[in-house]
Design a protein around this ligand. Structure first.
Ligand code: AMP
Ligand code: MN
Ligand code: MN
Ligand code: MN
Length: 285
């Protein structure tokens, strides 16, 4: 079977990835990726930088606009990827603006909480690590590692920043239906990101998928990062049952030492209705 490599979930240093958008594009070309979506957390700055570069078109790589929105479902944070969005659509632009402000306020709250635990200077440290990037918990984690407060990023999340810990602040995110409507309103495909990462029971995941469909969700990542074959089968079945398009991505953040590498070979999912088919068709019309 001919390999068909795509990646519809990637991060640049416009959010919490390591690579500049142009470097990510070079890696994508080297990895033989045919279609790429840059899906930074809550911002499209990286995509805008790439869009104006000629490299993608020259090499025959199809670049799609994308984003990964943070939102709330009941009392949890879930992530919705938007693919093929019109980045100039006013409703989406306003939504992204709201999220940028939410991230700023949230950083202040995270810092206050960390300072109560005795970590002085957390806000300044995280801001320094974020630079011009959209600020998030990974920037706090990098500062904590730098200061020797923890041994590595994982420890920072396990002890202080991960789900249910002091620095897990989600009060500022929009609701699931709102995030989905921003993407739909901008002609994008709303995709439920990394469904297994929430560590839900099967019945809770089905409730999330049901709610996602009810508010206009159209696709689900059947493959995210490193995943076991039976997990992919489980998600393919779920997609079929709910009439969702299949999507796939690495959730690449540019780490070279750990974490997934760029690109997913989707040739074995050829018969699934998928986001890569829909977007490829859109790109030529
Ligand atoms: P935020 O966008 O601020 O809510 O931060 C969430 C991000 O933190 C995720 O998108 C991951 O990139 C990152 N993250 C979550 N857990 C870990 C971990 N254990 N180690 C490193 N990065 C993590
Ligand atoms: Mn991230
Ligand atoms: Mn995510
Ligand atoms: Mn992601």
């Amino acid at each position: 079977m001919r390999a068909m490599i795509i990646d519809f979930h990637t991060h640049s240093n416009a959010s919490d990835g390591k690579l500049a958008p142009a470097d990510l594009l070079q890696e994508a070309l080297a990895a033989g990726i045919e279609q790429l979506a840059l899906t930074d957390h809550d911002c499209v700055d990286g995509y805008l930088a790439l869009k104006s570069s000629q490299a993608a078109a020259d090499e025959g790589l199809k670049l799609h606009a994308g984003v990964e929105l943070s939102c709330r479902w009941h009392n949890d944070t879930v992530h919705i990827v938007g693919l093929g969005i019109d980045v100039e659509e006013p409703g989406l632009v306003a939504g992204l603006d709201q999220l940028a402000q939410a991230r700023q306020k949230r950083a202040g709250t995270i810092a206050e909480r960390l300072e109560k635990l005795g970590f002085e200077g957390a806000l300044e440290g995280a801001i320094r690590h974020a630079g011009v990037s959209q600020i998030g918990r990974p920037h706090f984690a990098r500062w904590m590692v730098e200061q020797g407060h923890v041994s590595d990023m994982n420890a920072a999340f396990d002890k202080y920043l991960g789900a249910g810990k002091t620095g897990d602040v989600k009060a500022f995110w929009p609701e699931l239906d709102e995030a989905v409507s921003w993407i739909s309103g901008a002609a994008g495909i709303p995709v439920l990101a990394h469904p297994l990462k929430y560590r839900y029971t099967r019945s809770k995941l089905r409730r999330l998928v049901r709610d996602f469909c009810d508010c206009g969700g159209q696709a689900i990542e059947i493959y995210s990062g490193r995943q076991l074959a039976d997990q992919t089968e489980q998600l393919r079945k779920l997609a079929k049952e709910f009439g969702l398009l299949a999507s796939a991505g690495s959730d690449f953040h540019g780490q070279r030492d750990y974490g997934p590498t760029l690109g997913v070979d989707v040739s074995s999912f050829e018969r699934d209705d998928s986001t890569w088919q829909v977007l490829a068709a859109r790109a030529v019309s």
